[in-house]
Design a binder for this molecule. Structure first.
Ligand code: ITT
Length: 211
């Protein structure tokens, strides 16, 4: 089987490939680069799972192949769970324009937490992983199949950036029980504990039952 990764975030592709590979997924994992005409969908839902489904459905229907998508973000306790589903576009909401969106988003969250003491800087990364199998992509599959799995990584946000790995908010996120940020971890170390790792390992199990 071939499965398409429905993401335009180039940093997610190697993470997802590694996670799905380690989960023993017996499938050819291809990126959207092979499908330049795949429709781009607006993330209009208010939940991670809802947005991930929009992305995976569009690609599954366009390609006729099983598609997986991730919608993820950072929920900050002191910001009442924001930026949440808006994590990728947080700085844009505040009219901050920047070439590097990830850097601008991180700057903004740090500014918003500038007066928040250490003990109130809790946060969590959340990921919804979804699999959409279009009609006919599996022998005798008469209905589209949709599976959703979620993963959460609890931690806290530090005030300065540490580490070069990962992407997005990784340089300031320290998981519970850790001394290092997720940007100071190797890809394998991060995947073993991450929201995305947890969600996609659950999803891979379901994938194996279907194929
Ligand atoms: P696709 O929708 O095309 O997959 P995207 O970057 O827009 O790409 P999301 O809508 O899921 O992806 O937004 C996720 C944002 O949340 C991402 O831009 C980061 O800022 C943040 N984020 C999610 N997972 C993260 C992780 O593992 N490490 C650091 N930041 C993360």
């Amino acid at each position: 089987t071939t499965v398409v990764l429905a993401t335009r975030n180039a940093k997610k592709v190697p993470e997802l490939r590694a996670i799905l590979g380690e989960a023993g997924l017996d499938a050819d994992v291809v990126g959207l680069g092979d499908y330049p005409d795949a429709p781009e969908v607006a993330e209009t839902e208010s939940t991670f799972a809802g947005n991930a489904l929009l992305k995976a459905r569009a690609v599954a229907r366009h390609t006729g192949l099983p598609a997986v998508a991730d919608d993820s973000g950072l929920r900050v306790d002191a910001l009442n769970g924001m930026p949440g589903v808006l994590s990728a576009r947080w700085s844009g909401r505040f009219g901050r324009q920047a070439g590097d969106m990830d850097a601008a988003n991180l700057d903004l969250v740090l500014d918003q937490l500038a007066d928040t003491p250490e003990e109130r800087r809790g946060a969590e990364f959340v990921a919804a992983a979804v699999l959409v199998v279009p009609r006919g992509a599996r022998p005798a599959a008469e209905e589209e199949i949709e599976e959703v799995a979620e993963g959460v990584l609890r931690g806290r946000l530090i005030g300065d950036r540490r580490g070069e790995n990962g992407f997005g908010y990784d340089p300031v996120f320290v998981p519970d029980g850790e001394m290092r940020t997720t940007a100071q971890m190797s890809a394998a170390e991060k995947n073993a504990i991450s929201h995305r790792g947890i969600a996609f390992r659950k999803l891979a199990r379901r994938f194996r039952e279907l194929f």
